[in-house]
Design a protein. Structure first.
Length: 394
């Protein structure tokens, strides 16, 4: 197996500072963002913090491409999805839930908690949901359609534009978990007719974990205002009324330092420009796929609907997932993710989102080539890198 270059131990410098984080969130966070988080923690009900909150809100609206209200929750992304459903769904409401991966399943589990009458629209894992199937199952009394945009467990993009077009014409709400997609793909919340769009801080926007953003259309507010009880912590009406106070606030203590980090992260997005930011994700995803294919490895997802933010790769026969990823992490200092649920042990996933660069991908592909060879899979060194370089050089 060769020399162990970096005998890493939990908590050491190599593990904490030199390991390249290539999982689909949380992502490598810029030192600028980390420094912003080192500012003093101030009163979350002060004019100073209110001003910062409003600035963040305006910046988020640009990224979401929306004029809708955006509520920032101190919670992980799942909390945002739970807030969307808790505020709109009453027991017995008909909710159409699209499932083609672990995060679709999670949204379905949340709908179950709120005792929704669930109508399933499924697709094989690795394939996209069909908008035709959604249209066929949509009825006048469907309260909401719930769809994950970028199914992080399988690396597939679902057709939110097409489904939005269908749902727009009805009284049904369109709820989208765009947690790992928005920022890595173009998402026009208003253009697509998304009534509630949920995004997590730790994904494409390259902020630390801990915040969820929920945009809410006027069509959704009408439903939410009539829906009681709405959850205590995740009461969106209460959150909106606090945002409208002088100074603007949140009902409960927000993660003050993470707000600072997010503000800086959004400034970085603005500096690159959202369009360039998304284009970079697109090119990087293509380079990753070309690199992997050139090594003779097989992609898991249907390439026609492949994600810009995560690439799942099938393991060749005989490779143990835990051992492979341990070698990647401890010998080559690149952390990749495993498969989830039914894909556990069958695939590994390269996350490429946030401030990811071409050199991050070159390092990752190189580590994959070396680790695969360590496990007896013959890959000509550099073959994946050459393919990726061709994409980067255009
Ligand atoms: C599409 C999608 N939905 C939901 C989640 C859950 O987010 P969190 O772990 O922040 O709760 C994730 C996280 O990977 C995700 O990618």
């Amino acid at each position: 197996m060769g020399h162990q270059f970096y005998p890493t131990k939990v908590g050491d410098y190599m593990t904490l500072e030199k390991t390249l984080l290539m999982i689909p969130g949380p992502v490598n966070v810029s030192p600028r963002v980390l420094r912003a988080m080192a500012k003093p923690v101030i009163n979350h009900r002060s004019p100073e913090f209110g001003k910062r909150t409003l600035e963040i809100n305006e910046m988020l609206k640009k990224v979401f491409k929306t004029n809708n209200d955006i509520i920032i929750l101190t919670s992980s992304g799942t909390g945002g999805v739970e807030a969307a459903l808790a505020n709109t769904i009453k027991a017995g409401d008909k909710v159409l839930v699209c499932v083609n991966g672990a995060f679709g399943e999670r949204a379905r589990n949340i709908a179950e908690v709120y005792n929704a009458d669930i109508i399933d629209v499924n697709a094989d894992w690795g394939k996209a949901i069909s908008s035709k199937d959604v249209k066929e199952k949509l009825t006048q009394d469907t309260k909401a359609v719930v769809m994950v945009y970028n199914e992080t467990s399988t690396g597939v993009q679902n057709p939110i534009g097409e489904v939005g077009e269908i749902v727009k014409q009805t009284n049904t709400l369109f709820i989208v978990d765009a947690i790992s997609g928005l920022g890595g793909h173009y998402v026009g919340v208003d253009e697509f007719g998304i009534d509630i769009c949920v995004v997590g801080s730790q994904k494409c926007l390259a902020a630390p974990p801990g915040l969820a953003f929920v945009s809410i259309s006027s069509k959704a507010w009408k439903v939410i205002e009539l829906n009681k009880p709405r959850s205590l912590y995740f009461d969106l009406v209460r959150a909106k009324s606090f945002l409208q106070k002088d100074p603007p606030q949140t009902p409960f203590t927000p993660a003050v330092s993470t707000f600072y980090g997010l503000h800086e992260a959004l400034k970085i997005v603005e500096e690159e420009g959202l369009e360039n930011w998304i284009k970079r994700h697109e090119i990087i995803a293509k380079a990753t796929r070309e690199g992997i294919k050139a090594m003779g490895l097989e992609l898991f997802a249907d390439e026609k609907v492949a994600s810009n933010t995560v690439t799942p790769i099938k393991y060749p026969a005989g490779i143990n997932d835990k051992e492979f990823r341990k070698t990647m992490r401890t010998k080559y200092l690149v952390e990749v993710a495993g498969g989830q649920k039914q894909l556990s042990g069958k695939i590994f996933r390269i996350g490429h989102l946030g401030t990811v660069t071409s050199s991050d991908i070159i390092s990752t592909l190189s580590a994959v080539e070396m680790a695969m060879n360590d496990f007896g899979i013959k890959i000509e060194p550099g073959v994946g890198l050459s393919a990726a370089q061709r994409v980067f050089r255009g």
